[in-house]
Design a protein around this ligand. Structure first.
Ligand code: 3H9
Length: 686
């Protein structure tokens, strides 16, 4: 017995229980415990079969991700696996919680798998830019066939125990809460039956059936090309499954190891692993003690049933928290509710929920025409028109109505939360909850702490974000907070650069090739050119487009022309408008620019803004900025966000690039002091 591994023998069955919180990751100490347990039971003549089970909340959740990139410490996972596979005694994996990655691969090497109905199994390594490197790519296709294995391993999606049983990924279900007893009984039954237990590696029928059918793989590659763009892992996974079909088991394992090594040393995987830990790191707030009281949020009010208010409401009803939705007119209320219902019905059509569930969610929304309905609620979120006067008026009124202790939140995307809080008699209860559009989809929730916001209000908001499936990032007050402020220079530089010669199509292509789903000009067309910069007092490029009747995708095209399927193509009319505006502004044309110059022009200022956000203390850590960019602006995850990416480029190179731009374009490009210091010290953003 060690701290982690517990060995008992019950009537001929050896039970090896591993207990290594929080998730029984297969780190070096767990591997040692497994090695000791299997060696001991192999040598114990009273043991006829072995049950492998975990304590705590889950079966092994995978390899210990924090060990990747560090020197290996023995014993390796493969050594432990060999002990099981070469052992003479059957091993039964007893699964609860989530058997993921190396954890499920460990289950696959066992002779049988039993799981409680609430368990999930899967190979999610792709989300870390990796592939299952402990035999998963060779064994799973032997159980479920290559087609399903391609889907499961490249998507990384876990499968519930009942479905896993139907697919053969587990062999039996245990009763909930009786895993240990049922696994022991299962082991006894196997011994009593005395039949040989074929190892997964020896199963050939599913892979043989696919041999000589390369179209399985070419079709899959073609279908998934868009989803996989920019990622390295999916292609390596496909190659592994091809090897499972075409090669014998040992040769397939060799291929898997080579392709795993390629990934584990890649920048893409380093970025994705950083993001995995980053998503969890952002909840850790140094000045908020873990025992800070969390206020119960059982009811929520949302003021404003527009696009944002509706999306925000959906987040809460999705997890069963009732919402009182307030509007000024019946029309606006009906419209808002109609949009929410339509969204749910669309999900139902896609098979994501039943018609009854649509009704259940709608029933959790209480529409109301007056603020009085907010009187007894735990949290009120304001999502009205983005104007300081309007917001102050609303908060002043809500202050009179909401119960003492209720949290009053604003969804403002750039206004001063302290000023809004000052419109109430309780600034300690006021906080920013900045959702990103579409609010029911985007995973970022910026939690904006005002000068007077109480720590329990902050802690509650951070916890609540998780309850509704968001990733919270804490910001202090400044115009645009973290994500919007960070990304503003990209838009500004795109609009400045397009007047200097490069076409919107070149600029968008460079952003697309970097990994964004669409470039800034295509995005403008989607949003509508009349939306941003409304009410400008002087002539603007967008204003010229609007004056010419080009509003974007919705009317006459914008920077692009569109056919009836909304496929964009370059627009001579748009280029003429740009040229005319550049002439009006007297902007000189730059010579030909390389793609790398366009990239630097648009993204180095983003890195620079990130450095300022950091040195001003608006964000807690560089990783908070990266998570905000990824979750709020779809910054390509395999780049790790702007700050991680800057490290991979090298900060001295970024400083040099900014200085060149500063010399040509002006002081807006002057590198931030923090950036200069880190570059000088040979450091990166931590
Ligand atoms: C792999 O297996 C490779 C092999 O194929 C081949 C090898 C050769 N390692 O998420 P939570 C930490 S790759 C280290 O908040 P939940 C996590 O950082 C791996 N640490 O809990 C957090 O720490 P902290 C394949 C890990 O209940 C704490 O545990 N496996 C690992 O919401 C709690 O985590 C995966 O990709 C790990 N593997 O969700 C599964 N996992 O408290 C990754 C978690 O300090 N893990 N931690 O912030 C998950 O998906 C979720 O953590 C899980 C629990 C669903 C398990």
């Amino acid at each position: 017995m060690t701290d982690i591994a517990h060995f008992t023998v019950e009537d001929g069955i050896g039970v090896l229980k591993i207990d290594s919180p929080p998730v029984n990751a297969l780190g070096v100490n767990v591997r040692k415990g497994l090695q000791e347990g299997f060696r001991r039971f192999a040598a114990d003549s009273t043991v006829q079969a072995i049950v492998l089970i975990c304590g705590g909340r889950t079966f092994f959740a995978g390899a210990d991700i924090s060990e990747f990139g560090k020197p290996p410490q023995g014993p390796g996972l493969q050594e432990v696996f060999d002990l099981i596979e070469a052992g003479a005694k059957p091993v039964i994996a007893a699964i609860h919680g989530t058997a993921l990655g190396g954890g499920y691969e460990l289950a696959l090497i066992c002779h049988a798998r039993i799981a409680v109905p609430s368990a999930k199994v899967g190979l999610p390594e792709v989300n870390l830019g990796l592939l299952p490197g402990a035999g998963g790519t060779q064994r799973l296709p032997r159980i479920v066939g290559p087609e399903l294995a391609l889907d499961l391993i490249t998507s990384g999606r876990p499968v519930g125990a009942k479905q896993a049983l139907a697919m053969g990924m587990v062999d039996a279900l245990a009763e909930e809460g009786r895993l240990r007893e049922d696994a022991i009984a299962f082991a006894r039954k196997l011994i009593a039956e005395g039949r040989p237990l074929p190892r997964v590696r020896d199963r050939q029928d599913k892979v043989e059936a696919a041999r000589g059918k390369p179209e399985i793989f070419s079709k899959f590659r073609q279908q998934q090309a868009r989803t996989f763009r920019g990622f390295k892992a999916p292609e390596n996974i496909i190659k592994c499954i091809e090897a499972a079909v075409d090669l014998d088991f040992d040769a397939g394992m060799k291929r898997e190891a080579e392709l795993f090594r390629e990934l584990v040393t890649s920048t893409e995987s380093a970025a994705q692993r950083y993001v995995f830990f980053g998503e969890r790191e952002t909840s850790k707030i140094p000045d908020i003690a873990p025992d800070t009281p969390i206020l119960p949020i059982r009811t929520v009010g949302v003021i404003g049933a527009g696009t944002m208010g509706g999306g925000i409401s959906m987040n809460f009803v999705n997890v069963g928290i009732p919402v009182t939705l307030v509007e000024m007119s019946q029309d606006a209320l009906d419209r808002g509710l109609g949009v929410i219902r339509k969204n749910y019905e669309a999900s139902a059509r896609r098979g994501k929920m039943t018609a009854a569930q649509v009704d259940e969610r709608m029933a959790l929304i209480t529409p109301s025409l007056g603020l009085d309905a907010l009187a007894h609620l735990d949290l009120v979120i304001e999502a009205v028109y983005e104007s300081m006067d309007v917001k102050k008026d609303v908060f002043g009124k809500v202050d009179q109505i909401a119960r003492p202790g209720a949290i009053l939140a604003t969804n403002t995307s750039y206004l001063d939360v302290n000023e809004i809080a000052a419109a109430t008699s309780r600034p300690e209860s006021v906080i920013g909850l900045h959702f990103f559009s579409p609010a029911n989809v985007m995973r970022l929730l910026e939690v904006v702490r005002g000068e007077k916001t109480d720590t329990s209000v902050i802690a509650t908001a951070m916890k609540l974000a998780k309850t509704i499936g968001k990733v919270p990032v804490l910001a202090r007050v400044c115009p645009g907070f973290i994500a919007n402020r960070l990304m503003t220079p990209r838009g500004r530089q795109a609009e400045a650069l397009v007047l200097q010669g490069p076409s919107p199509y070149d600029i968008d292509r460079v952003m697309y090739d970097y990994g964004f789903a669409v470039g800034p000009f295509q995005m403008s067309d989607i949003v509508g050119l009349d939306v941003i910069g409304r009410g400008a007092t002087e002539r603007t490029l967008r204003g010229d487009f609007v004056a010419a009747g080009r509003l974007g995708q919705k009317k006459n095209g914008g920077f692009y022309n569109y056919d009836e399927n909304r496929t964009p193509s370059p627009s001579p009319e748009a280029l003429a408008l740009i040229a005319d505006f550049a002439k009006h502004k007297g902007v000189a044309t730059l010579g030909a620019l390389a793609d790398a110059d366009i990239l630097a022009r648009l993204l180095y200022p983003v890195v620079n803004e990130g450095a300022k956000i950091l040195e001003e203390g608006i964000a807690l850590r560089a990783v908070d900025i990266d998570i905000a960019a990824i979750m709020g602006y779809n910054w390509p995850v395999y780049r790790g966000g702007p700050m991680f990416w800057a490290n991979t480029v090298g900060l001295p190179k970024i400083v040099e690039g900014l200085r060149k731009l500063e010399a040509r374009e002006g002081p807006a490009f002057a590198p931030a002091a923090l950036l200069v210091r880190l570059a000088h010290e040979g450091k990166g953003f931590a």
